[in-house]
Each structure stands twice: as structure tokens, then as C-alpha cells.
Design a protein around this ligand. Sequence first.
Ligand code: PLP
Length: 386
Amino acid sequence: MPESPIRKLVPYSEQAKKKGINVLHLNIGQPDILPPENVIKKINNFQINEVQYSHSAGIELYRKGLSKYYQSISQDISHEDILVTTGGSEALSIILNCICDPGDEIIIPDPYYANYNGFSNASNIEIKAITCTIENQFKLPSTKEFEEKITDKTKAILICNPGNPTGALYSLPELKELAKIVKKYNLFLIADEVYREFIYDKCVHHSVLTLDDVIENVIIIDSVSKRYSMCGARIGCIVSRNKQIINTALKFSQARLSPPIFGQLAAIEALNTKKDYFNNVIKEYSKRRDILVEGLNKIPGIKCPMPKGAFYCIAELPVKNTELFCRWLLKEFHLDNTTIMLAPASGFYSPSNNVNNQVRIAYVLEVKKLKIAIEILKKGLEKYNN
Ligand SMILES: Cc1ncc(COP(=O)(O)O)c(C=O)c1O
């Protein structure tokens, strides 16, 4: 199993904290934004007499509530097309196990969410990565590039839209191109849409659930973790109109018995969240993104394309090896007793891809702290490079 690139530097941050240094965490996608008030109120007032397993597919009331949420994207989604999981993480591992035998392959635009490596490694599934570049703003690869990777072992194309770690957002024409490929080669199209709500600059998110032509090939991975800042609830889901996929996934769900009950009860309440909550959260992320990306691009030698969604960006730094630099920031550097923790981007690229000069930055801190973080990075680079 590969180490998580996000957590790998944790011992260094712990040592820094033991020395009394304040560490600003830009390395992990754990939002500092509060969950909706109605959810917190619900959690604090749970009236529960028993703690039982739920149905393996999830509480029916929740699945029915979720189907209404998805009907705003595609009218035909029913609760029978949805399985509740222990986070998007379990949804991913169940789906990969449903569609692949050991030795099978899935194609993923590179860089990608690092845990895709973990889930595929655990099941002996091979990732065929297609490199996307910072120069090209991590645009989706061309049909030709996808076709070059397809073999008789290929089972699916997996995309993350909007993307972690890149913040890239795929357009409807791009998704339609993917639809043509999966139709032609009879593949699944798995879309990790856990950041669906976080789209900026008045852009629009297009879900693969709208690709009617290939709806039987489409599988959605979803989660409440980021949508409502409820990472610890551990609730996600699988959505697919393909009955065989849902039936197979249900067998895996039965083997693990049940998704968490408290998380589901909180997630049921989250469905009542008002639009205002999202408007405010998106405004806040958008402000942070602008400040971060503008600030980064002002630092000599840094290149950072403007992300269109999610809450991450990839920045190229003027150093040879960002892993060593990130470690140095934690071990040896601070400004007014504060330092920053970033995630070296190499861990988000497939192992054969030697990209060592980029970092992933999560803008999950308030503006005041982000500005301090930018200053620390600037001063840190000056010192490191002299
Ligand atoms: C792209 C992506 N997919 C899935 C997940 C899994 O999230 P969870 O298991 O908390 O739902 C994450 C978490 O960071 C993510 O970034």
C-alpha cells in the first residue's frame, strides 16, 4: 500500500508543534467551514434509545431524500439507484471491486486523488494514467490519448470533477467525448463528484448523470464530507442507473453490514440545508481562491493556474524537490513562530510520472491565515534557495 502523500509529513508537523510552533495546514482537504446550523442542532439533540445496524443499502428515508437531491440533476434517479456508503472512500473501493478482477485496468487523468492508488492497489487493479500538465491547466486528455490506453483489460475511465488535486472542471463537450469512448469500448465511466457544489466564476457543473446516451455505463461517487463540511460523519453514496452494478455493490455492502447510523441521521438533516448556506460557502471559497492564487503567482518562480472548482490548487515552486522543501518548512523554518504544511504533489501523480516541483495547496483556511501562509511561503523560498 502506498503512503498517503497528504499525511506522510505529519510526524514533522507534530514535532514542530511540540516545539511550540504554530502550523498552518494547507495540506489536507478538511474544511474549517462549519456544517449547516440545522445539522449541528440535530446532532446535539439526537433522541436515540438504540444503536442498531441500518439496512445495508442505507436508511430508506435517506435514500429517498437523496433521490430528490439527484433529481435536480437527472429526473429519473430513484432511491433504488442509490446505495449509502461509509464515505466516498468506501463507495470507491466497493465500485472498483464490483467492476474489476485482479489485473484489470482503469484509466485516470493524472494527477489524481491519491487514495485512488490505495484502493486500486488493495484490489490488484492497475491504474493507467494519462498525464495532464500544469501548462495546459490540467485539461481533460484527448480521445486519442484515452484510446491509446485502452486494452482488453480496461474496465473503466475514472474522473474527478471538479478535480482534487487540480481544481479542473470538465465541460459538457468534454464529458460527451468521454461518453462516446465508453460507449464505443463498453467501459464504465466513474465520476467522483464529491466537490460538485464548489464551482466558481459563474461556471456550471455538468454531472455524468446527464449523459443519457450512456446512463447504464455511468457510476457516481459522492459524499457529504465536503458538501456540508461533514468529513467525520463518514457518509457517502454510489449512484448508478445500472441495476447490475447496484445489485453487485449491494452484496459488498451486505458483507460490511451497514453504513454508520449517526452519520446517516445527520445526513438526512443535511438534505434540508438552505441554498443560502451554499451561496455563502462558495463565496468564501471563491474569495480565498482569488487571494491564494494571486498571492502565489506574485512570488517569483511560482506558477499556479486558476482552479475552477473544488478547494485545491496545484502550484509549481522554484525548487527541485518539493517533498524536501515541505519537510524543511516544518523542520527548520518559521516566521513569527508560524510555519505551513503543504502536500508535495508527487504523491498525486502516478508513480512513473516524475513531477517533483509541485505542491497541492488546500484553501481551507480563512483569508487572514491564508495571507500569513503566502508570506511564509515567500520568505521560506527566499531562505531555502539562498
Ligand atoms: C476526490 C475525493 N474523492 C473521495 C474522497 C473521500 O472522501 P470521504 O470518504 O470523506 O467521503 C475525497 C476526500 O478527500 C476526495 O478528495
